[in-house]
Design a protein around this ligand. Structure first.
Ligand code: RB5
Length: 141
């Protein structure tokens, strides 16, 4: 599976650690940032969201300080369902019920160990379909 990942300066250390520690079995498209110089999270969110909606990657991960700004920005792109998750249960349900296609993490909120569990759960949980398909379609409408 191809996973596209991006972060702002607040999420840089977590992005690099997740790539090294939990994303080793995935084909990764890393859209930066790659330096601690401050960048605007909507610019990164747009790049990652575009990669997902165009099919360049199947799933996306965005990391900023809280995971909130990234979700707000990515969610403006038609077809994106971005979920900010702070625990593995939310990560699981964001996939199985909401068919989230971008996971947003807050590097100032969750520690790396918890983030690893969230990412592993999120990437391994399929969409449950059934009644949830109708509800996802209503979001698109
Ligand atoms: C950057 O300071 C911070 O605002 C950003 O990483 C993010 O938390 C926004 O939602």
């Amino acid at each position: 599976m191809k996973v596209v990942i991006g972060c702002d300066h607040a999420g840089l250390a977590m992005k690099d650690a997740l790539i090294d520690r939990v994303l080793t079995d995935y084909e990764i498209i890393d859209l930066g940032t790659d330096s601690p110089t401050p960048v605007d999270y909507p610019d990164i969110a747009r790049k990652v969201a575009d990669a997902v909606v165009t099919g360049r990657a199947e799933q996306g991960i965005l990391i900023c300080g809280t995971g909130i700004g990234m979700a707000m920005a990515a969610g403006k792109v038609s077809g994106i369902r971005a979920a900010t998750c702070t625990d593995p249960y939310s990560a699981e349900l964001s996939r199985s019920h909401n068919n989230a296609n971008i996971l947003c993490l807050g590097a100032r909120i969750v520690g790396l160990g918890l983030a690893e569990k969230i990412v592993a759960t999120w990437l391994s949980t399929p969409f449950a379909r059934g009644r949830h398909t109708r509800r996802i379609e209503k979001i698109e409408q």
